[in-house]
Design a protein around this ligand. Structure first.
Ligand code: GTP
Ligand code: MG
Length: 341
């Protein structure tokens, strides 16, 4: 080849390479879809993003277990088994997990992501249609708060008092936990912190008589809401459950009806929460559940198990130890926070 032809050829190659590079540099970013428009992805609401962050461990546990499964294109036997195992592991309970998997299967999803969306839909369906609003009745409304030791009753009462207070309600606290030393001091600290009054009894006094005194005080002071704290007790201790029954009876007799009997369940206890809910309901007629410590567990699914098996609505969830770490339970935000893509 003569030298001139070689130079022309080299120049042509350099020119082509340069044009390709320049073209890439200034090319528009690749579009997200063949049609040239980015797919619409709804931004999660503030409630969902906040809850996602708070649910920490529950969310990661489900995501870790299910992330791989949901990424699949083919849905074989192994996929369905993995899905069921994951749902059991986050404490949905075997019965609920099995019926959920059957429901998702019946809707014949095309792939893992489709199955995830159907699961979300089925879960929300299961949690739908329950009365979760906490309404105060005529003054004074009474809330009784019960549960096993350390489930978060006193802390929840502090958070509730703060919320009602910030909505302009006059709140009084009744310290009917006369059993544990320093229990009334703990409640008093909360009362001072949120700026409400408290009625206490002598250590060892009959909790029903403290509840009675607290109710009389709430009527005399014309407060909107009396919240009565009780000592933690195992649902298996019949004498302590009978004592609690008496507190509820006295308050019902005085107040006519109770605005709420809230059972505080610690989400970290997993499936035992269902047994607790059953016995407390038999003893005092629980009207709503507060599921605490959802920030520290990989077992958020117990929410669904409790509602499915007992039909008692979860009204609040506790997501931390701070005064503002109590949220009304919102099924859609909760399921999205657990399963959302
Ligand atoms: N992380 C986390 N901790 C919580 C939550 N709710 C309560 N706690 C903590 O759980 C512990 C026990 O809370 P308490 O409110 O004393 O529980 P209790 O049911 O009143 O306990 P007893 O009166 O002894 O039966 C405390 O350290 C609280 O700060 C929550 O939602 N998240
Ligand atoms: Mg307490």
């Amino acid at each position: 080849m003569n030298p001139v032809a070689v130079i022309v050829l080299v120049a042509a190659v350099v020119l082509v390479v340069a044009m390709v590079l320049i073209g890439r540099r200034f090319a528009p970013p690749p579009s997200e879809s063949p049609g040239g428009t980015a797919p619409e992805i709804a931004a999660p609401s503030a409630a969902v993003t906040g809850l996602r962050a708070r649910l920490g461990k529950s969310r990661r546990a489900l995501a870790d277990r299910l992330g791989g499964a949901f990424g699949r294109s083919g849905l074989d036997e192994e996929f369905w088994n993995e899905l069921e195992d994951s749902l059991v592991a986050v404490d949905l309970g075997i019965g609920t997990a099995t019926s959920l998997v059957a429901a998702v299967q019946a809707r014949q999803p095309d792939d893992g992501e489709h199955a995830r969306r159907i699961l979300e839909d089925e879960l929300i369906g299961m949690l739908h249609d329950r009365e979760r609003a906490v309404e105060l009745g005529p003054k004074p409304s009474v809330m009784l708060v019960v549960g096993v030791n350390g489930s978060g009753k006193t802390t929840t009462i502090g958070k509730l008092a703060s919320q009602f207070r910030s909505h302009g309600k006059e709140v009084l606290l009744g310290a009917a936990d006369t059993f544990r030393a320093a229990a009334d001091q703990q409640l008093r600290t909360w009362a001072e912190r949120v700026g409400v009054d408290i009625v206490t009894g002598q250590p060892g006094a009959d909790p029903a008589s403290v509840a009675f005194d607290a109710f009389q005080a709430s009527r005399a002071r014309d407060v909107d809401l009396l919240i009565v704290d009780t000592a933690g007790r195992l649902q298996t201790k019949a004498n302590l459950m009978a004592e609690l029954g008496k507190v509820a009876r006295v308050l019902r007799r005085e107040a006519g009806d109770l605005a709420e009997v809230l059972l505080v369940l610690d989400a970290t206890t997993g499936q035992n929460a269902v047994a607790q809910a059953r016995t407390f309901t038999e003893s005092v007629g629980v009207t709503g559940i507060v599921l605490t410590k959802l920030d520290g567990t990989a077992r958020g699914g117990v929410v669904v198990a409790v509602e499915q098996e007992l039909g008692i609505p979860v009204k609040y969830i506790g997501v931390g130890e701070g005064v503002d770490d109590l949220m009304p339970f919102d099924p859609a935000a909760f399921v999205d926070a657990l399963l959302g893509a």
